[in-house]
Design a protein around this ligand. Structure first.
Ligand code: GLN
Ligand code: ZN
Length: 765
């Protein structure tokens, strides 16, 4: 009888109670010794391997565990340490490793960026003519550890050379092939040593195969993988892809490796279609990613076992290995402790551990037939059906609105110029008006009071009073600083998505649903599990109170639909566009409520708009137009006189500038400092003719900017942007800053604005 195996691609590092994060932070703060730190990490690592074994996983990944980030691990393994850090060759020390990630006294940290289309961020390797050397065979050490300590014959995991170089910087595109080839002998050495140690399978991740790669890049795969497999002919290579369908199916499956890993969850049916149409090479094994590794929903075991049967039919079931669609790094550890979730939701979710169990059951089903797992199939289908039938997913009003969505205006009544003329009359602002992005310092006191209130130690009344006092204090400060457009300060909010999620229908919050975002930073995304609906005004009270204290306009402050979507775990029974439209319609009611309460400027923040960009060029346009539509749906109900603002962070707007323009906001503020002038260049080529504020100082550092510095930034922006449309504001919200530095920095900012205004009035007469 055949023996269908199952596999896992990677396991969350953080631990059930974020032990990983805690150990890291204690070590960095010198609260624990290195030896204790390393011991804790080893314990966690081994415990994760044992857990995977207990859940019935056959091919358990080793080497996926990291002390910070797996891309940084790969760089360190090849001795790639940027010159500004201390390093004399050999194995990279723990201290240097963390310095690259976090910076040192005299050396800035390496840049970090998004790992494909996930919310995980990796450390960007800097090549800069470095001579790579294999200073440590990481997968080998972890393979040995698992074998010696737990008798587990692990499956080493390594980031493949082509993706690794593609994710690195510090070289010219024309040298790409040469640089990859420089690394090939090192990878060969890794593989040889693994083979000598008796490793059976090696998972080599090449997720760039799921992006729109060039012909030249694709052409590299054959020679590179021929070299690797020839160097270690007894080792079985799994060329692993994930996050999307592979574009060049035939070329990829015919590469000289022993197995191919494909994502059958996030491929929109394309991998399956290609498999059906073009078949699968008879000499290869297919690692089939069928359980969603990126979302938290329980697998539909009935549907997936049918899919596996279909795949097994084409490939031959003894050549199918069942696994998640990608590393489980992107989901929380275990759902077993989520006792406070509503049962209908709790029953319908699976975190990493539950997903492993699903993988094992599915493999059994493929081997023994669906009947052998009928019980589990029934249970999963029952849980999914119960959630589908629940009132949360059957909000008649929401569904009717979505049916009639085209009857909701998604354009403002008048065009920008006409609106601007009306708004100028209403607001009568000076040129180069000053404002801030929304939040003011969330001091220890603010957080302490919120915690007390959550615990019931402060009454709603007491807490509300405290928030009002803070708001009043900062309205007075802003008046004193002579800022033109004020904000209430967001003291009532912890997190810009959570705050709205807690007040809208359709969301729930887990207790332990943390995932790693970067380094030790973890996030706990809200769960959008039902129809999203407006219940009652969410921001009106605080905004109206702030406005009552001043004659200057106070901006209402909302988080936009796309950001709420992109920072949550999202239901998968309807399309993401439908979900974002629901959110937009709910926010639209808030926008209307603010306007009716006399708020004349409303800012709808969309810092995460870029994060949702699909990996494939061909899909980007569709995503962006859907995002623009949802945004406009949320704000296009206001009078022409009401001024709509938005804010975006994280540079690199070059290729989405048209979509930003299409949002048709009256004023946008964008973070600028981290883009090193690139954003300004973008405005040289693309005219932008609406209100815009490019952050004039960096809020990520406590340093107080100088007048010259801010003036220089303003002058530079005014070279490419119309001074009549330019706003002056910091880069981003100020909630992570201290009070003193905030006030001092804003003083300088206002002074710079005033001096520049005076200069302009002189030159323009
Ligand atoms: N209004 C928010 C704030 O100021 C914007 C935060 C963000 O851009 N991430 O905090
Ligand atoms: Zn921002």
């Amino acid at each position: 009888m055949s023996n269908v195996k199952n596999s896992n691609l990677g396991y969350p590092r953080i631990g059930e109670n974020r032990e990983w994060k805690k150990a890291l932070e204690q070590f960095w703060a010198d609260k624990i010794e290195k030896a204790e730190f390393l011991e804790t990490m080893e314990e966690l690592r081994l415990n994760h391997l044992e857990k995977q074994k207990e859940h019935g996983i056959d091919l358990i990944p080793v080497g996926d565990f990291s002390l910070y980030d797996h891309v940084l691990d790969t760089a360190a393994m090849f001795g790639l340490v940027p010159k500004r850090f201390e390093y004399n060759g050999g194995k990279v020390s723990l201290e240097t490793y963390f310095e690259i990630a976090r910076g040192a006294k005299n050396a800035v940290a390496s840049e970090m960026t998004k790992w494909f289309n996930t919310n995980y961020h990796y450390i960007v390797p800097e090549l800069n003519d470095a001579q790579p050397v294999l200073v440590e065979n990481r997968p080998l050490s972890f393979y040995k550890e698992a074998k010696e300590k737990l008798s587990i014959n692990g499956k080493p995991v390594i980031l493949g050379p082509i993706t690794f170089i593609k994710l690195s910087k510090g070289y010219k595109q024309e040298d790409f092939a040469a640089i990859v080839n420089q690394f090939v002998p090192l990878y060969e050495e890794v593989a040889k040593q693994l083979q000598e140690e008796g490793v059976e399978w090696l998972q080599i991740d090449e997720p760039i195969l799921s992006t729109s790669i060039t012909k030249e890049e694709l052409a590299l795969f054959k020679p590179v993988y021929t070299a690797l497999t020839t160097a270690a002919p007894k080792l079985k290579f799994i060329l692993q892809t994930y996050f999307e369908a592979i574009e060049q199916y035939e070329e990829v499956v015919s590469l000289p490796v022993q197995a191919i890993g494909l994502d059958f969850v996030h491929d929109e049916g394309q991998n399956l279609a290609a498999l059906k149409e073009k078949g699968f090479p008879e000499d290869k094994v297919l690692f089939a990613g069928v359980v969603d590794g990126r979302n938290i929903w329980k697998a539909s075991l009935g549907k997936i076992s049918s899919l596996l049967e279909e795949i097994g039919h084409i490939v031959g079931k003894d050549r199918v290995v069942v696994q998640p669609s990608c590393s489980l790094l992107h989901v929380p550890v275990t759902a077993k402790n989520e006792q406070e979730l509503e049962p209908v939701l709790k029953e319908a979710i699976s975190f990493a551990d539950e997903k492993l169990a699903e993988v094992a059951i599915l493999a059994k089903g493929l081997q023994e037939g669906k009947a052998a797992i009928q019980n589990e199939v029934d249970n999963s289908e029952k849980a999914i059906a119960a959630l589908a039938a629940s009132s949360h997913r059957n909000n008649a009003e929401v569904q009717e609105a979505i049916q009639n969505i085209s009857s909701y205006a998604s354009e403002r009544y008048a065009g920008f110029e006409e609106r601007l003329a009306l708004q100028e009359k209403v607001f009568n602002l000076p040129i180069l008006p000053t404002t801030t992005i929304g939040s003011f310092p969330q001091t220890a006191e603010v957080r302490k009071n919120r915690l007390k209130w959550r615990k019931g130690e402060l009454s709603n009344e007491e807490y509300g009073k405290f928030i009002e006092e803070e708001t009043k204090k900062w309205i007075d400060i802003q008046e004193g600083l002579d800022i033109d457009v004020l904000v209430h300060g967001e003291f009532e909010r912890t997190d810009m998505v959570e705050y709205f999620g807690e007040k809208l229908a359709g969301f729930q919050f887990t207790k332990f649903g943390w995932v790693q975002s970067y380094g030790s930073r973890c996030v706990k995304p809200p769960v959008i599990f039902g129809d999203v609906a407006f219940i009652e005004p969410m921001t009106v009270k605080e905004t109206v109170y702030a406005q009552s204290l001043t004659k200057k306009p106070v901006k209402g402050m909302l988080t936009g639909p796309i950001t709420i979507l992109n920072w949550s775990f999202v239901r998968n029974d309807i399309s993401r566009q439908q979900v974002v439209n629901q959110i937009a319609l709910a926010l639209r009611k808030e926008v209307k409520a603010l306007e009716q309460s006399g708020i004349r400027m409303i800012q709808v923040d969309e810092p995460a708009i870029r994060e949702g960009l699909p990996l494939k060029e061909s899909k980007k346009e569709g995503y962006l137009s859907g995002a623009v539509y949802a945004f406009k749906l949320s704000v296009s109900c206001v009078k022409n006189e009401t001024q709509i603002h938005t804010h975006m962070c994280y540079s690199d707007f070059k290729n989405i500038i048209n979509s930003i323009d299409a949002l048709d906001v009256d004023v946008i503020s964008i973070e600028t400092s981290r883009s090193h002038g690139e954003l300004i260049e973008a405005f040289e080529v693309n005219e932008y003719k609406k209100g815009i504020g490019l952050g004039v100082y960096d809020i990520h550092s406590p340093r107080i900017p100088t007048l010259e510095e801010i003036t220089r930034n303003i002058d530079r922006a005014l070279k490419v942007l119309d001074s009549k449309l330019f706003w002056i504001n910091p880069d981003c919200g100020l909630k992570t800053r201290g009070e003193y530095e905030t006030v001092e920095a804003l003083k300088v900012m206002v002074e710079a604005a005033k001096q520049t205004r005076a200069k302009l009035l002189v030159t323009e007469g």
